[in-house]
Design a protein around this ligand. Structure first.
Ligand SMILES: [Zn+2]
Length: 180
C-alpha cells in the first residue's frame, strides 16, 4: 500500500512504515523492506518561530549558514521551504521553514555539519570584518601571514588559509606601495 507522502519527500531515506512492532515477524513475506540501506532517521527540531515567512527568510539569510533549496506545498495548506547547507554542497545538514497561516517556524535537522561553520571557501571570500582586522594589524606592523592567522584565530574571526591572507596582503598592500 502506498501512502502519498509528505514525509518521504522531506527525508528520502526515512522508513515511512516503521510503525509495527506488534509481532508480525512470523509472516516474512508480508512486508519486505529492502535490507540494503539502513534508513537514516532525521529528527527535526523546532528552533525558532516567526510571525511570517518574510521574517523567517530574512533570518535564514542573515545566518549565512543556509541556501534556499526548494519549496513544497503540504496537504494541510502549509508550505515547506527547504534549505541546504551553504558551506558545502554535500553537507547532510538540513533546515526548513514551515509556513502556515499562523506563522512560520524554523526546523533544523539534528545532523551536525561535518565541517566548521566559519570556514571560508572562496579564495577571496574573507569577510569584511576579517579584512578590516588584517588591515589594522598589518598597519601596526604585523606583516607575517602566519602571525596574522594566529591572531585572527585567537580573536574568533575564523580560519582563512595562509594562501588567502598572503594573497590578500599582496593585492591590498604591495600594489599600493608601487603607486606611492
Ligand atoms: Zn554544513
Amino acid at each position: 500500500m502506498k501512502i502519498t507522502n509528505i514525509h518521504q519527500s522531506l527525508v528520502p531515506d526515512e522508513d515511512a512504515s516503521s510503525s509495527s512492532d506488534g509481532g508480525s515477524s512470523h509472516s516474512s513475506d508480508y512486508h519486505n523492506p529492502p535490507p540494503r540501506k539502513k534508513p537514516v532517521r532525521v529528527n527535526y527540531v523546532l528552533s525558532k518561530s516567526f510571525p511570517n515567512l518574510d521574517e523567517a527568510k530574512a533570518f535564514a539569510k542573515e545566518s549565512k549558514k543556509w541556501s534556499p533549496h526548494y519549496s513544497r506545498k503540504m496537504l494541510n495548506n502549509s508550505t515547506k521551504h527547504h534549505y541546504h547547507c551553504r558551506f558545502l554542497r554535500d553537507c547532510p545538514a538540513r533546515m526548513h521553514l514551515l509556513e502556515s497561516e499562523t506563522g512560520t517556524e524554523l526546523y533544523v535537522a539534528d545532523i551536525e555539519h561535518p565541517h566548521p561553520l566559519n570556514i571560508v571557501i572562496k579564495p577571496y571570500g574573507m569577510s569584511d570584518e576579517v579584512k578590516a582586522k588584517i588591515n589594522h594589524l598589518y598597519q601596526k606592523g604585523m606583516t607575517a601571514p602566519r602571525s596574522l592567522l594566529r591572531r585572527l584565530k585567537a580573536d574568533g574571526l575564523g580560519e582563512p588559509t595562509k594562501n588567502q591572507v598572503t594573497r590578500y596582503i599582496q593585492v591590498t598592500f604591495k600594489d599600493k606601495k608601487k603607486n606611492v
